[in-house]
Design a protein around this ligand. Structure first.
Ligand code: BES
Ligand code: MN
Ligand code: ZN
Length: 497
């Protein structure tokens, strides 16, 4: 797909399809419409007919429009003008791109990107339109014998008004497309089945990204981790035939002396629960248990595509959690890389066991901040559902930055407490701490566990158990929180307009 910026009255130029928004009072969004009198009259007739009432998400494709050079006119319902905010804007872009994809048009110009959105800049509208368009056009059919037919749509233009600088619009477009690519990568890695996306495959994928963008990378093998003393991580791999890997990739876009942001992603390529075996129903979805790793790789890719002036290190511990004759058992005690001993009371609380060693490993990079991303707890889904990612942090400034990034990206997080009071639930009779804290506040005690390994840096933890994938008819990875993380980096780089 080709994307471009269209300025200077694109409605007066020929295109395969012009896309115009209509508010609920059957009013074309005036900011986005400068057409000939004859065209306006025709449109007024269409709206009066009742075929398009402006309801959010509705679309109407028209052809043969008087005094319009473009072949088609697509009307997109925007809902009530008073309620038109970021959510409605993204929904309108999504509806438009869906209708265009299913039409015969080969190219289209969206006038929607000129409609003001409360508290959002023109650059935001372009960036978001590009990211949402990519998300809408994404397909995953690698394992389908019969692929969907190629659709003719090959080129999308986003209209800007003349007050928006051309350079600013082009930059916002490039940012949106980079986010789109990062999200697509995270979704594809997430959607791959566990028999394909093994720890070796995921580590290889990390190396491939590194090669494409000429980044330094390293894969720590099982023997390397044994030599280091990562026995907590290694304990999770014991039941599997698949050897564990720890992928390390450095993107150095910042100054040589600048401390890196370290992103750590949970890469459990399949989570059976181990000896504390999960129930069978819906277990296939545990192939998504590596979506944290996928999202940090997607973010790395987006940062590299934008050549952001930041230093970024990505750690992806990749492990398969299986039962077996050699698997860890409830009650086993392991010594983590930090030296702290952990009593494994439940082998299904494996995410924290691999993350804790990766967090300790992050210390060696003298990080400016460490952010881990993990499909960590079912309890987080109970707390926040599928809307917000759970955010935990030992540093208020970092938490605020991430919340703001989530708001700007429309990929929101919500802060949860990390008070000491919860730490008591992790007491073990036999080791320094237990790997579970009981049913109450399960996502908080999981974060508290991680906090014990994050004392030496500013740290945040994103629990994406509810947001990384969708179940049901639309089952599939979402690519979240790549948009949040990318906006965080964009803001740190001073590149958000
Ligand atoms: N990967 C799961 C968390 C999960 C479960 C994410 C369901 C999304 C949907 C994690 O490894 C896990 O099994 N956590 C346990 C922890 C418990 C044993 C303390 C959980 O949430 O039940
Ligand atoms: Mn588990
Ligand atoms: Zn898991």
């Amino acid at each position: 797909m080709e994307f471009s910026i269209k300025n200077r009255n694109p409605e007066q130029r020929r295109s395969g399809c012009l896309v115009l928004g209509v508010f609920e009072a059957r009013a074309p969004s005036p900011a986005a419409w400068q057409a000939a009198e004859e065209t306006r009259r025709f449109l007024a007739g269409v709206l009066a007919s009742g075929d398009m009432d402006g309801k959010a998400g509705s679309t109407l494709m028209l052809r043969g429009i008087p005094a319009l050079d473009s072949e088609r006119l697509l009307l997109v319902g925007l809902g009530k003008e008073k309620e038109f905010r970021d959510k409605a804007y993204c929904a309108a872009i999504r509806a438009a791109v869906k209708a265009l994809r299913d039409s015969g048009a080969t190219d289209a110009t969206l006038l929607l990107t000129r409609i003001p959105v409360k508290q959002r800049s023109a650059a935001w509208r372009i960036r978001q339109a590009a990211a949402v368009a990519c998300e809408t056009l994404y397909r995953f059919d690698r394992f389908k014998s019969k692929k969907d037919d190629e659709r003719p749509l090959a080129s999308l233009g986003f209209a800007v008004d003349d007050r928006t600088g051309e350079a600013a619009a082009a930059q916002a477009l490039a940012q949106g497309l980079a986010i789109g690519e990062g999200v697509a990568l995270a979704r594809t890695l997430g959607n791959l089945p566990g028999n394909v996306c093994t720890p070796a495959y995921l580590a290889e994928a990390a190396q491939q990204i590194a090669e494409e963008h000429e980044l330094d990378s390293q894969i720590l093998e099982q023997a390397d981790m044994e030599a280091l003393g990562m026995h907590s991580l290694l304990s999770v791999a014991k039941g599997s035939r698949q050897p564990p890997k720890l992928a390390v990739v450095h993107y150095r876009g910042g100054k040589a002396g600048d401390k890196p942001v370290v992103l750590v992603g949970k890469g459990i390529t399949f989570d059976t629960g181990g000896i504390s075996l999960k129930p069978g129903e819906g277990m296939d979805e545990m192939k998504f248990d590596m979506c944290g790793a996928a999202s940090v790789l997607g973010t790395l890719k987006a940062a590299a595509l934008m050549r952001l002036p930041v230093n970024l290190t990505v750690l992806a511990p990749c492990v398969e959690n299986m039962p077996g004759g050699a698997a860890s058992k409830p009650g086993d005690i392991v010594t983590s890389l930090s030296g702290q001993t952990v009593e494994i009371l439940n082998t299904d609380a494996e995410g924290r066991l691999i993350l804790c060693d990766a967090l300790t490993y992050a210390e060696r990079f003298s990080p400016a901040a460490v952010i881990d991303v993990a499909t960590l707890t079912g309890a987080c889904v109970i707390a926040l559902g599928h809307v917000a990612t759970g955010l935990f942090a030992n540093d208020d400034a970092l938490a605020e930055e991430l919340l703001a990034a989530g708001g700007a990206a429309f990929d929101r997080a919500w802060r949860m407490p990390l008070w000491d009071d919860y730490q008591e639930q992790l007491k073990s009779n036999f080791a320094d701490l237990a790997n579970i804290g009981g049913r109450p506040a399960g996502s908080v005690t999981a974060a508290c566990f991680l906090s014990r390994f994050a004392g030496k840096f500013a740290w945040a933890h994103l629990d994406i158990a509810g947001t990384a994938w969708k179940s049901g008819a639309d089952k599939g990875a979402t690519g979240r929180p790549v948009p949040l993380l990318t906006h965080f980096l964009l803001a740190r780089a001073g590149k958000l307009r």
